[in-house]
Design a protein around this ligand. Structure first.
Ligand SMILES: Nc1ncnc2c1ncn2[C@@H]1O[C@H](COP(=O)(O)OP(=O)(O)OP(=O)(O)O)[C@@H](O)[C@H]1O
Ligand SMILES: [Mg+2]
Length: 307
């Protein structure tokens, strides 16, 4: 299974939101990392066909054995492709009177999801009714206790979890999540991340976020998106290796901070027991800085490319 985007471009009037992106996705978890306005949602909305592609705006094609042995543009595949994707948009309103259960039932009927038949490893037939699938999903996103409560009364994080469950309906081969952890508390973030990591082996999962910690442990590949372009990509390890020799720390006084900020890319300023410690990520580290070699992480990569 492959999803290929080739020279994908999109403009909104004079704003060039995507400037010709080329990438091939295979099963695995892909972290789409970028600051506000980088073009993450634009890319996702094109892939999910929720946004009209520009004329000569490149191609998005899909290949798997159910379709044949050639990649076909998703616009030609239409409903056949849409049936393969689960999508969690960045923003979505709800009819407030839906309950999680009634909303998922409604979405299952919109998506044409039917009772499933499958065989277990001993060859026994297992039937999973739509109802049962919904109950399982509500359990996964930790909403089973409020399955029959009005969504109108939910917190932002609970609404996010309803949306995530909706994206998982029908066990889609491609899962596209646009900032899925917005509004979740730390415990729920970890739950959802772990769940996504488990799903990732056979599906193509795109996880757009501007929060490094959302994806640093679960992404097989990370794409850094800036001003409508992929400026770096690779496994988290590849990206971290690129930072060799570029990360350092120095102990400073508060009144020196401005000067450093003017001259270098500055990471977090941390209060440690020895005083203020400044993290610098830069091609040319100043001499007085102590080089960091061992605990470089994806946050440093983010800083290097985005600050
Ligand atoms: N409907 C629209 N009309 C005009 N400009 C738009 C529209 N949608 C997005 N843009 C612009 O396109 C660029 C990319 O926006 P996009 O929403 O794809 O970024 P993003 O990476 O998803 O950002 P965020 O982290 O804020 O969700 C931005 O400059 C944005 O202002
Ligand atoms: Mg967005």
């Amino acid at each position: 299974m492959e999803l290929r985007i080739n020279e994908l471009k999109k403009s909104y009037g004079k704003v060039e939101a995507l400037k010709g992106i080329t990438y091939t996705f295979k099963p695995g978890v892909y972290g789409l990392l970028g600051a506000n306005g980088a073009g993450k949602s634009t890319m996702i909305n094109l892939i999910t066909d929720n946004l009209k592609r520009d004329k000569n705006g490149g191609t998005i094609s899909y290949l798997d054995e159910t379709i044949g042995n050639e990649a076909i543009d998703i616009l030609k595949l239409g409903a056949k492709f849409r049936a393969k994707i689960g999508f969690m948009p960045q923003q979505q309103g709800f009819y407030e009177d839906f309950t999680p259960k009634s909303f998922l039932k409604y979405m299952a009927s919109v998506k044409g999801i039917k009772n499933q038949k499958a065989y277990d490893k001993d060859g026994r037939l297992i039937k999973r009714s739509v109802d049962k699938q919904i109950d399982e999903l509500l359990q996964i996103v930790n909403l089973e206790k409020v399955a029959y409560k009005r969504i109108g009364g939910f917190s932002g994080g609970m609404k996010q979890r309803v949306l995530l469950a909706q994206a998982l309906l029908g066990d889609p081969q491609i899962l596209i999540l646009d900032e899925p952890t917005t509004g979740l508390d730390p415990k729920e973030r970890i739950n959802i991340r772990n769940y996504i990591a488990k799903l990732g082996k056979e599906k193509i999962i795109l996880f757009a976020t501007h929060v490094v910690s959302d994806i640093e442990c679960i992404a097989d590949k990370v794409l850094l998106l800036k001003n409508g372009e992929i400026i770096a990509d690779g496994t988290p390890r590849d990206l971290i290796e690129l930072m060799d020799g570029k990360v350092g720390e120095i102990q400073i006084n508060l009144d020196e901070l401005d000067d450093y900020q003017r001259r270098y890319k500055i990471g977090n300023v941390r209060q440690r027991k020895e005083g203020l410690v400044l993290r610098i990520v830069d091609d040319n580290l100043p001499d007085e800085v102590k080089r960091v070699d061992n605990n470089i992480d994806l946050e440093d990569v983010y800083l290097y490319y985005f600050e």
